[in-house]
Ligand binder design. Structure first.
Ligand SMILES: [Zn+2]
Length: 309
């Protein structure tokens, strides 16, 4: 069966790169200079389960959630000794990290993990018929201060087919029109099928927690490596080899102009086991979004990063 990974990605037309290629410099290398500022972002997890006790079935354990956050950080920080490490010349450390929030929107201490049983019939007709809005009806924190991640219980027969999805940011970058956007003033965030959240023993390619890494890439402005499906604009990142069709492959794969595709890129549909790279241009694009986009830039000064008073 064909995998439909629902990612409403959005293609940005952003110029993925904010580097200064081609500009010669007479300045000597300054190895002691910090590369850039580490950005820390608060991520709240809403577990919308089927009514099981904590730690059973779709009501996944705190430990599994905490391990997922670790994996996300291993990947985004390219940590040595983990699956997230690579030594590819185009790869890099995003210098973006994620934590479970320390305080909630009211200023109370929190674990950053919320649990609600999802009962479809409880959703009133006044809630827009849009998946993010329906989940937000059960549990949602403002997106200026928190990245909302809903762990949801899709039916078992969707395992390995529907992994997750994310809304994209507003920006002036290329491909902005390709992202799924929230309703005006509406809920936004990341949805992950519980089977693919954290490490699990499911059969198939997506049991190592990389679905959140991929969707977080979208939430911070990355397109799939195939972008909008054309060789010219592609994903607006010069250092990801252009490809004009979905990359759902773990083996060497030929893209536009006969160039080998980087199958290990997190923004493919490749297996969790082989993914390990964000390129420098992808990193530049995510950091640009964090510096410039509404409801992304504000995360950097979120109260969720601070202990409650
Ligand atoms: Zn995607």
């Amino acid at each position: 069966m064909k995998r439909i990974i629902i990612l409403f990605v959005s293609m940005l037309y952003i110029s993925c790169s904010d580097n200064s290629d081609g500009i010669p410099s007479d300045e000597p290398e300054q190895p002691d200079q910090p590369i850039s500022e580490i950005y820390q972002l608060p991520l709240v997890v809403h577990v919308l389960h089927d009514g099981e006790n904590i730690g059973e079935g779709t009501n996944i354990s705190d430990e599994r959630i905490q391990r997922q956050i670790e994996i996300l950080n291993e990947d985004f920080r390219r940590k040595s000794g983990t699956r997230g490490f690579n030594d590819h010349p185009d790869g890099g450390d995003t210098e973006i990290e994620f934590i479970l929030p320390k305080q909630d929107p009211e200023g109370n201490a929190t674990t950053g993990i919320l649990r609600k049983q999802l009962i479809i019939d409880d959703i009133p007709d006044t809630v827009p018929n849009f998946e993010y809005e329906k989940y937000a009806f059960f549990s949602y924190w403002n997106s200026e201060d928190y990245i909302n991640v809903w762990v949801v219980s899709y039916p078992d027969d969707l395992t390995n087919i529907v992994l997750g999805k994310a809304t994209g940011p507003d920006s002036d970058l290329g491909g902005d029109d390709l992202f799924e956007k929230p309703l005006p003033g509406g809920a936004e965030g990341i949805i992950i099928n519980w089977a693919h959240f954290g490490e699990s023993n499911i059969h198939g390619k997506h049991g190592l927690g990389r679905t959140l890494t991929h969707e977080m890439g979208h939430y911070l402005g990355l397109l799939h490596t195939w972008g909008g499906g054309d060789c010219e604009t592609n994903d607006f990142c010069d250092d990801t080899p252009a490809v004009d069709e979905v990359v759902n492959a773990d083996e060497p794969y030929i893209g536009c102009g006969g160039e080998l595709v980087l199958v290990t890129n997190y923004m493919n549909y490749s297996s969790d086991a082989i993914m390990n790279i964000f390129t420098k241009d992808q990193i530049g694009r995510m950091r640009y979004i964090l510096q410039n986009s509404a409801r992304r830039n504000s995360l950097l000064s979120s109260k969720g990063l601070l202990d409650p008073e």
